[in-house]
Design a protein around this ligand. Structure first.
Ligand code: FAD
Length: 256
């Protein structure tokens, strides 16, 4: 209970444990469960592993693990069971791949039917958009859609929630994801898209009563993010997102 209260107080802090748990769920339950991965799915898997290798906050063991998965995915087709075997080895205690148990921390729902993986997946992709923007700050040849394209492909090909996938693809078309022209805009595009989903799901039966949906970030957390006329101050929103999802602000459980 004390930990739960402490995590709530920490607000928009991103935990390594939630990022790792989301990644493990995605690899084990959405990717390695596919019998034979070929064609578009295989390309999306390669792109996903590529951005993870570039930006996921892993140590050396984790990097080697992602490289091994990428090698498996470099063939013409890959069996999910081959990937499952690599993941099984990575999860052994002495492998030094994961730093935490596979549990939710800030994404933990008030009951197991709430939150968890979808929350973790959002956080993972927000983290990736922010860290791609930060790392490419002086690279004017960087692809502004580097992360969003992969997210779109992932959600289309692997995300187990089919309604969510459908809605996300429709939103990407309606909100012109493909016209995003800078990495900073990609951070803001995903923030805007997530807030649109939050609005749609506010009061929905899927909403955890202990964690009602809201327009992120809360006014108390970022007073400057809203103008006086209640429109968004995008400069401040971007600053807030870059702070909240920055690599250097990811917390390990127990760290202050
Ligand atoms: P989440 O909405 O999962 O958010 C997780 C965390 O992200 C929050 O706790 C907060 O810290 C942060 N956050 C919230 N908003 C923002 C923002 N705008 N920018 C940056 N950070 C933010 N469920 C459905 O029922 N129908 C759908 O159509 C649907 N579509 C989805 C599409 C995608 C791509 C994903 C990943 C999930 C979708 N879901 C959908 C699930 C839903 O959006 C929530 O993830 C789920 O209800 C759990 O909500 P949550 O309270 O944990 O917060």
């Amino acid at each position: 209970q004390a930990l739960k209260e402490r995590i709530k107080l920490m607000g928009d802090v991103v935990f390594q444990m939630d990022l790792e748990t989301a990644l493990r769920y995605s690899l084990k339950h959405e990717i390695a469960t596919v019998k034979m991965i070929t064609g578009e799915k295989l390309q999306v898997l390669r792109d996903y592993l590529n951005i993870l290798r570039k930006y996921f906050p892993f140590g050396r063991g984790g990097q080697l693990f992602l490289t091994e998965l990428a090698m498996k995915a470099s063939t013409e087709q890959v069996q999910g069971s081959d990937l499952a075997e690599v993941i099984r080895r990575a999860e052994q205690e002495d492998s030094q791949v994961f730093s935490s148990p596979q549990q939710w921390l800030a994404c933990r729902g008030s009951s197991p039917s709430y939150r968890g993986y979808p929350c973790g997946l959002w956080k993972l992709f927000h983290y990736l958009t922010v860290n791609s923007a930060e790392r490419n700050i002086n690279n004017n040849r960087a692809n502004p859609l580097e992360i969003l394209d992969v997210m779109h492909g992932y959600v289309k090909n692997f995300f187990g929630c089919h309604d969510c996938s459908q809605h996300f693809q429709e939103m990407a078309a309606k909100r012109e994801m493909r016209n995003v022209s800078s990495l900073d805009s990609s951070v803001l595009w995903l923030w805007m898209a997530h807030n649109e989903v939050n609005k749609r799901l506010s009061g929905d039966q899927t909403e955890d009563p202990e964690y009602p949906k809201y327009q992120f970030p809360l006014k108390e957390r970022c007073p400057l993010c809203r103008n006086n006329n209640n429109t968004w101050n995008l400069v401040e929103v971007l600053r807030y997102l870059k702070h909240a999802y920055s690599n250097i602000n990811v917390r390990y459980i127990g760290s202050d």
